[in-house]
Design a protein around this ligand. Structure first.
Ligand SMILES: *[C@@H]1O[C@H](CO)[C@@H](O)[C@H](O)[C@H]1NC(C)=O
Ligand SMILES: *[C@@H]1O[C@H](CO)[C@@H](O)[C@H](O)[C@H]1NC(C)=O
Ligand SMILES: *[C@@H]1O[C@H](CO)[C@@H](O)[C@H](O)[C@H]1NC(C)=O
Ligand SMILES: *[C@@H]1O[C@H](CO)[C@@H](O)[C@H](O)[C@H]1NC(C)=O
Ligand SMILES: *[C@@H]1O[C@H](CO)[C@@H](O)[C@H](O)[C@H]1NC(C)=O
Length: 749
């Protein structure tokens, strides 16, 4: 009722919304709207969040060298010279560097800066074209120099064509080197290289990186399309055309899930034969006119484990060393596995060079024509005119400040209801929006942020540990419709008050098709304080959740971070694609009485301060307020600090669960948070009483039991998979060389 009255007052003020005409080409709405985002972490009132490269002298005429103009747009603080963020900071330097359509000639390479999105016009992707006399090795460095790759967070690149067709095929050149980890985005990029140019490499991720997800990429020509030496990643919807080697993997630490890859006219689709690979899962992919699909290295250990499912090829499928392991397609309904397998028919593990198993997929999760899991591209709202965008900071009668100080809850609520009713896309300019109570997101909502717009909770509404309360509630149970949220950071700053009843996002809603309800490129960061849960997908929800990192950076001193990362109880179809969840106290991802869940790569880490010597033993300090879904650790001895550690993946009483890749590494443990090796954590994954659950590609480091199965009331039923049977070698810290791999865990299928 309260909202209805507010809506009436809103109609008039909406008429006054104006867009500032700074448009150069009138393509994408984002180019044309008012730009009033702010950086709350600087005293420089002239700080620019939005930069249009044309305002910095870029010509986009395909003739002028635009390198310096673009680099100035990236570097500048407030439009004058000066370099933003030289010292490096996680979130203190937000910027979107926008490229209108056109061809930008480059003679020298570009370097991105932390906190920055390089964004092209998605209605007509701008071309970054290396000049014939291009001087550097790398055309675009997706990361800056302020931090190592493993902690290179908050970098984005979207809607571009990278082009080296004017460069000599014999010049060694990399079009995009993207040494980044979580909370980054690479989306909707085409790489165009001369066909046959073996010296040209499309995209490289080099080093110990966790880039989580890279999606919707097209690569044409060149020697290697994508060169991966990263640790953990998920690729979704890539096309390789006339590339010599589509993907080259050359690191035994690499664990990757490849989904929806199409190869045409390549010599080799995926080459992991030199340097090896850790574990690769390839699903819903195809190759035509490509003599070899996958080349793997020979190995006596579990490195190089492989899972192929719904892979349609017209030639040789898998060759290991010089031995052909598989020819022909891996048809829908079956899974081909090389590596360590735990089936439901034998009690023990088998290590197999080549076997085929049955896998069923819940019909609700797949396109029944192609059998592939549904995928959705992150929305850009490219077809929407500027007049249909509502900037939350543009309604004089409902002021919203996003300044990190003022409580924006009530006016934001009115605006969200109005935008949904009027079919407007709601734009949150960069800033920090304070919420002191639940913000309800109704059916009909499409909400988009800017350079990870921050939402920060505050206040007494979120303090009741026994009655967790949502900061953002997407729909009510039974509601059906659209609710999409993109490009946000749910952020609890360090030194925050304790909010032990806080649930950052709760979803109850379902759509009429996959992605109607979706979260894209939205992350969770907890720098201090206490809270309950990042994400709760409740029973009635159906959500597509992509590229998301939920991290509790709080070190546990003076109180733990979140109790849990993601809690999935949804039954209507859940897709989680490229999700990281780290340092939560009881679990990272919990799938509980859920049905129909697809989980692509899950990256997880335990809280560094748990483990030997830690006195705050889970489920403490939540013992008195455990939810029915929380693990209670009754399978652990009372004082066993290595057993009482957060589970990376906890799946109980669920059905129709398809899991493709879990990377569960323990780096540090104990109150001193020192580097740890060996039996740092007793149990990584816990499965109990599931049906039709298929878990492929579990990797652990320094966890003794990879999978534990429990029975009623937490009794230990089986230690399902131990590290030592899966060739894991305890080696210290970042010099680890050998994770343990289980290719297929099918005991609850
Ligand atoms: C902005 O774009 C509109 C078309 O959408 C056009 O009519 C107008 O002239 C443009 N303004 C400028 C300043 O280029
Ligand atoms: C990316 O990382 C690799 C390995 O550390 C390094 O050799 C390379 O120079 C980095 N790329 C850029 C563009 O900085
Ligand atoms: C299923 O895939 C087919 C073939 O690609 C496509 O035409 C159709 O639109 C897809 N259906 C859905 C519901 O996505
Ligand atoms: C799973 O279901 C069984 C049987 O109903 C029950 O005993 C057990 O407590 C449940 N486990 C969890 C974690 O909810
Ligand atoms: C698991 O066992 C059941 C019979 O108990 C069988 O129908 C099913 O096919 C098995 N699953 C796999 C993946 O082997």
């Amino acid at each position: 009722m309260r909202h209805l009255t507010l809506l009436l007052g809103l109609a008039a003020s909406l008429m006054a919304v104006e867009t500032v005409a700074t448009n150069h080409s009138a393509g994408y709405w984002y180019e044309a709207i008012q730009h009033n985002g702010i950086n709350t972490e600087t005293t420089n009132a002239k700080y620019l969040v939005f930069r249009n490269v044309k305002d910095f002298g870029a010509k986009a005429d395909g003739i002028t060298d635009d390198s310096a103009a673009i680099q100035k747009a990236i570097n500048t603080v407030d439009g004058s010279t000066g370099t933003r963020n030289a010292a490096g900071s996680l979130t203190g330097s937000p910027a979107v560097v926008y490229f209108p359509a056109g061809t930008y000639l480059l003679k020298t390479g570009l370097k991105n800066i932390m906190g920055t999105i390089l964004m092209g016009d998605p209605t007509n992707r701008p071309i970054l074209k290396a000049a014939p006399d291009f001087r550097d090795r790398v055309v675009l460095a997706g990361h800056g120099t302020s931090a190592g790759g493993l902690v290179s967070f908050f970098y984005g690149i979207k809607n571009f064509v990278l082009d080296s067709t004017a460069v000599s095929p014999t010049k060694t050149i990399v079009l995009l080197e993207n040494n980044v980890s979580q909370a980054c985005q690479l989306s909707n990029v085409m790489v165009s290289m001369p066909v046959g140019a073996t010296a040209h490499t499309g995209i490289v991720t080099a080093g110990q990186l966790m880039p989580l997800l890279m999606n919707d990429i097209q690569i044409v020509g060149g020697g290697v399309g994508y060169l991966a030496t990263a640790l953990q990643l998920h690729l979704k919807s890539w096309q390789f055309t006339n590339v010599q080697t589509g993907i080259k993997v050359s690191d035994t630490l690499t664990q990757a899930t490849f989904q929806g890859l199409q190869f045409g006219g390549c010599t080799v689709a995926i080459d992991a034969s030199s340097g090896g690979s850790g574990h690769l899962t390839v699903i819903d992919s195809s190759a035509v006119n490509t003599p070899t699909f996958l080349l793997a290295a020979t190995t006596t250990t579990m490195q190089g484990s492989l899972v192929l499912e719904n892979v349609i090829v017209d030639a040789l499928t898998v060759k290991i060393g010089s031995t052909t392991a598989l020819t022909g397609s891996v048809a829908p309904g079956t899974t081909w596995i090389r590596g360590s397998i735990y089936t439901n028919t034998t009690s023990s593990q088998t290590v197999s060079p080549s076997t085929t198993h049955r896998t069923s997929r819940p019909p609700i999760l797949i396109n029944t024509t192609t059998y592939s899991y549904h995928t959705v591209s992150p929305p850009t709202y490219a077809d929407i005119p500027p007049s249909q965008i509502l900037n939350v900071k543009s309604i004089p009668s409902l002021p919203v400040l996003g300044n990190g100080i003022t409580d924006d809850t009530s006016n934001l609520q009115s605006i969200i209801l109005s935008a949904a009713k009027n079919n407007q896309v709601l734009f949150f300019p960069h800033g920090v929006y304070i919420l002191t109570d639940t913000l309800y997101v109704p059916p009909g909502s499409r909400i988009i942020g800017e350079a990870w717009t921050r939402i920060t909770p505050r206040g007494s509404k979120f303090t009741d540990v026994k009655r967790p309360r949502a900061m953002i509630r997407v729909g009510n149970a039974g509601e059906i419709g659209t609710a999409q949220v993109s490009d946000f950071l749910m952020y609890v700053p360090s030194g925050s008050e304790k909010l032990p009843g806080l649930v950052m996002v709760e979803v109850n809603m379902a759509g009429t098709k996959p992605g109607d309800v979706g979260f894209f490129n939205t992350h969770f960061m907890m720098m201090g304080g206490t809270a309950r849960l990042c994400v709760h997908l409740k029973e009635t929800a159906s959500v597509y959740w992509e590229n998301s990192w939920a991290t509790a950076q709080g070190n546990g001193v003076g109180g733990p971070g979140f109790a849990g990362g993601f809690l999935v109880e949804a039954r209507g179809g859940t897709w989680m694609v490229g999700v990281g969840s780290e340092h939560h106290f009881l679990y990272q991802i919990n799938i509980h009485y859920a049905q129909n869940v697809f989980l692509g790569l899950e990256q997880g880490e335990s809280p560094y301060w748990q483990g030997a010597g830690n006195a705050l033993l889970p489920p403490a300090p939540f013992t008195a307020s455990l939810l029915p879904s929380d693990p209670d650790f009754t399978w652990c001895p009372a004082t066993d600090a290595k057993c009482r550690m957060a589970l990376y993946q906890y799946v109980t009483n669920s059905s129709g669960i398809n899991l493709y890749g879990g990377a569960f590494w323990n780096f540090r443990a104990g109150p001193s948070q020192g580097l740890c090796s060996g039996d740092c954590q007793t149990n990584a994954v816990l499965y109990e009483n599931n049906k039709e659950m298929y878990s492929y590609g579990i990797a652990t480091i320094n966890d003794r039991n990879m999978v534990l199965e429990t029975g009623p009331r937490g009794s230990v039923k089986t230690v399902g998979a131990v590290r030592d049977a899966n060739f894991g070698e305890p080696l210290p810290g970042f010099t680890i060389h050998r994770p343990a791999f289980v290719a297929g865990y099918l005991r609850q299928s």
